[in-house]
Structure formats: structure tokens, C-alpha cells
Design a protein around this ligand. Structure first.
Ligand code: BTN
Length: 256
């Protein structure tokens, strides 16, 4: 897939702008911004991108050969691509908190917001928006315990890595993602990356609490299956497949 990069000094949200552009722009269009004035996170949260210190980037896809449910699996693929990019560019080991938060040393460095829309001419578009904290030296007190940046991970840990700029991270990220995407379109499930994903899954082997609306329960996370569900061994010994849309998983000891 050919990637067509556009960079803006400031936008409200790269996802919002790319949604508008989807009417005319081709698949592979990437919008990145230095600052977002109304960056959006999952579950209606905001995502701060105030001052040229983060990657804020979105990719437009028209996945004609994927169902909406299959397209939802592009988010865990994007999480893997973020891990790969941080490791490749900066040399820091990255982990995933199911289903798509990327962590460095147990703190969140990146989040992904995938949105599906219909264009006026009836095509289904998928917009994958990724934020990566790169140069931040500190975070607001309310998230300081759970957020990190590439810079902080390198300086606070004894990690043997190197600092890289936002452009290099962005281009490496989308190059890795499109590699996964092209394979996924042929295979239609996550079997080909399950091992790779599960190796990075911070929840794996850990106690977790499943906040199921039908009743919360605890168990041990085993890993994802080919449909992206988290397999959890409950205390009764049964293995349940947990869907990200239905439930929220909390580590017993807090964020992870
Ligand atoms: C999350 O809640 O973890 C997801 C955060 C996603 C943020 C990115 S930054 C680029 C793109 N534009 C947005 O408004 N949101 C996404």
C-alpha cells in the first residue's frame, strides 16, 4: 500500500479531519499533527497533544474485504506495530495491555482510537488514530502514575536505548502496520500474530478482574485468541473468552 503523508502544525483531531477527508482521499492517506486542540481517546476521553511532543497520527483505510468485526482487529495489529516501531527506532522493549494500550516499563506510552464510518457514496472507511508520547518530561498529576513518554522511559530506567524523532517513529509505525494489514486482509484472523502479541501481553499469566456487566469475576489471563478475545482461566478452572467490547479488564493491583 502506498502511504501518502500530510503534516499539520495544528488540528482539532487528526481522526476528525481524516474522517472528513475520507469522502475524497485515497486509502493510505496519513494525517499527522504537531498539536491537537481536541484530540480524542477511547470511551469519550480526551487525548492531550498540546505542544509538539507527541506523535498524533491517523491512517485511512477502505477495507472492502473485511467485515466490521474483522476490521475491529486492526486495533490490536496497530498496537503491535507501535511496539515494533518503538523497539526498532528507540531500542526499548514495549508491552501491550489488552487490548491496545502500549506500555513502557508498566506505564502507558501510546493509545489507539479506531473509528469506522460510511462515506456519502456508501464505502466503509476505517480510521486508525495513534498517539505516542515521545518528548514529554512530565505529565499532569492525575495521570503521572500511569503515563510515560519515550524520553522518560529512557531517562528513568536503565534502558539501553536511544531517542528518535516523531517523524521517524511515525513512518516506521505505519510501515510496520501496513505489513501486518496486508497479511491480515488475506488471513482474516490474528492467528499469524498471536504468538508475537502474547509475548508482549503484560496481562499474560497475571490475575485480572473482568468487569462483566452480568457480574464481575476474577481469573488468570492466558493470552488472546485468533479473534482478539482474551482467554481467562477463572478460579473455577473454566476458560472463558472475553470480548473487549463487552467488558473491561483491570489488573488486581491497579492499572496493569
Ligand atoms: C486512547 O484512549 O488510549 C486512545 C488515544 C488515541 C489518540 C490518537 S492521537 C491521533 C488520533 N487523533 C485523535 O483525536 N485521537 C487519536
Amino acid at each position: 500500500m502506498e502511504l501518502i503523508y500530510h503534516y499539520f502544525d495544528e488540528v482539532d483531531s487528526t481522526n476528525t479531519q481524516l474522517k472528513k477527508a475520507a469522502e475524497n482521499a485515497p486509502q493510505g492517506t496519513v494525517y499527522s499533527a504537531g498539536r491537537q486542540t481536541a484530540g480524542r481517546g477511547r470511551s469519550g476521553h480526551t487525548w492531550e497533544t498540546p505542544q509538539n511532543d507527541s506523535v498524533a497520527t491517523s491512517l485511512l483505510l477502505f477495507p472492502e474485504d473485511l467485515t466490521p468485526a474483522q476490521s475491529a482487529l486492526l486495533t490490536p495489529l496497530a498496537a503491535l506495530a507501535v511496539c515494533d516501531a518503538i523497539e526498532e527506532c528507540c531500542g526499548i522493549p514495549a508491552q501491550i495491555k489488552w487490548v491496545n494500550d502500549v506500555l513502557l516499563f508498566q506505564k502507558k506510552v501510546s493509545g489507539i482510537l479506531t473509528e469506522q464510518i460510511w462515506t456519502k457514496d456508501g464505502r466503509r472507511a476505517v480510521i486508525i488514530g495513534i498517539g505516542i508520547n515521545v518528548h514529554q518530561r512530565n505529565f499532569p498529576p492525575e495521570i503521572a502514575d500511569i503515563a510515560t513518554s519515550v524520553y522518560l522511559a529512557l531517562t528513568q530506567s536503565k534502558a539501553d536505548g536511544r531517542m528518535r524523532g516523531r517523524k521517524e517513529l511515525t513512518e516506521t509505525l505505519w510501515r510496520n502496520f501496513t505489513g501486518y494489514y496486508e497479511r491480515f486482509v488475506r488471513k482474516k484472523d490474528l492467528a499469524f500474530v498471536m504468538e508475537r502479541y502474547n509475548e508482549r501481553l503484560i496481562n499474560r499469566g497475571r490475575r485480572c478482574r473482568i468487569l462483566d456487566p452480568k457480574g464481575a469475576y476474577e481469573g488468570t489471563a492466558l493470552g488472546i485468541d485468533e479473534a482478539g478475545r482474551l482467554s481467562v482461566r477463572t478460579d473455577g478452572g473454566a476458560v472463558r473468552a472475553v470480548d473487549s467490547g463487552e467488558v473491561s479488564v483491570r489488573g488486581i493491583m491497579g492499572y496493569v
